[in-house]
Design a binder for this molecule. Structure first.
Ligand SMILES: [Zn+2]
Length: 369
């Protein structure tokens, strides 16, 4: 088995220094789907790097069937974006844009292929779609008008992911239970990751890596279905949210590496070997039912609900304190509750909030995956 490592240039600092990401390539045995996995595109979300550490060890002893590309620490700009103790790397500090909303997808390309190549073979269509997207990415990067810093990074990462049949983007929430974004067409295999909370998402594109990876294939499948042709969605892409930001636990990361291994084995990307994972209850809801809870007032927050555990109607999510009201006779605190059953997935990382802060995200109208 051949393993190569490379420092890929994804940008340049004001001082002229190149910005690079580490790329690890396992050359497969020429069969099975190709896999691309990246971690830490949001600077504070480091747990995925621990997962990639374990995957490297596992792939060394169990060589993958198809090629695998691993990119830990995929966003050096975000990782180095510190303010005091904290890492801020979710948004480009210059433009304010989310680092994970700058990938490329042009639905017109899909429509054109569905129109002009409706009778072509699956392989011809797949090749034309990949080549078409690759050309668009090259054209963007070569544009005489230039592209944004975030696009220099995103488009180069996407070029590598474009070669893969399976794309996994490893993130975390702020303070968060483990959860998974599942494209609806891949619902039956989502349980393999062994992640307790699952959000089922449609074929829309909003700029994220998972969407940029599956949307072209899914929308091509939908466009051809309208013409009466069954065409499989040929690329699987998931965003895994592996707990909280600013937190690294490499021992825990092993469990998520095993979940990924089990999924890759199922897809025929890896040889079978024993993967000891405990059975767990897995919940899901649709994206529209993945609700934010905004703070009804400013104040200081005592977070009460246990993340990942079902919460009955009327049970408190949090207590909001108004310490300015001590001894004034006004209400010092109030409980934040919801009138329906939910599962809290994540909460804001700070205890001080102003009115309208997104305090929690919860699964509502949830069901078993
Ligand atoms: Zn993230």
């Amino acid at each position: 088995m051949t393993v190569t490592t490379q420092s890929l240039v994804v940008g340049q600092q004001a001082t002229g220094t190149d910005i690079t990401v580490p790329v690890i390539r396992f050359q497969g045995q020429g069969r099975g789907p190709r896999t691309y996995i990246q971690a830490n595109v949001h600077g504070a979300e480091v747990q995925g790097n621990g997962v990639i550490h374990h995957l490297v060890q596992l792939f060394k002893t169990h060589p993958p069937f198809g090629d695998v590309v691993l990119v830990p620490m995929a966003n050096p700009l975000g990782i180095n974006q510190k303010s005091g103790e904290f890492t801020l790397g979710r948004f480009d500090p210059v433009s304010g844009e989310n680092w994970n909303r700058q990938y490329h997808f042009d639905p017109a390309l899909v429509q054109q292929l569905a129109r002009d190549m409706a009778d072509a073979s699956e392989q011809e269509l797949a090749q034309a779609l990949r080549q078409g997207i690759a050309r668009q990415i090259e054209d963007k990067l070569a544009s005489p008008f230039g592209v944004k810093s975030g696009q220099h990074l995103a488009l180069r990462l996407q070029k590598m992911a474009l070669e893969a049949d399976i794309v996994l983007d490893l993130h975390t929430g702020p303070i968060s239970a483990r959860h998974l974004y599942v494209p609806e067409y891949a619902r039956e295999r989502a349980h393999l990751f062994n992640i307790p909370l699952n959000i089922l998402i449609p074929s829309d594109f909003a700029g994220a890596m998972d969407e940029a990876s599956f949307s072209p294939w899914w929308q091509l499948s939908e466009a051809l279905a309208k013409q009466g042709r069954a065409f499989p969605v040929m690329v699987d892409a998931f965003t895994l949210e592996l707990g909280s930001q600013e937190y690294l636990n490499v021992e825990d990361a092993y469990r998520d590496a095993l979940g990924i291994v089990r999924y890759l084995q199922h897809r025929g990307a890896l040889p079978k070997f024993d993967v000891p994972l405990p059975e767990m209850t897995q919940y899901a809801c649709y994206l529209d039912d993945y609700r934010a809870v905004y703070s009804p007032c400013g104040g200081q927050i005592e977070y009460l609900a246990t993340l990942g555990q079902p919460l009955a109607p009327g049970e408190p999510l949090a207590r909001v304190w108004h310490f300015d009201a001590l001894m004034t006779g006004d209400r010092e605190s109030r409980e934040l509750t919801l009138p329906e059953a939910v599962i809290p997935v994540l909460h804001f990382a700070s205890a001080s909030v102003r009115q309208g802060t997104e305090l929690f995200k919860v699964l509502s109208h949830h069901f078993l995956l």
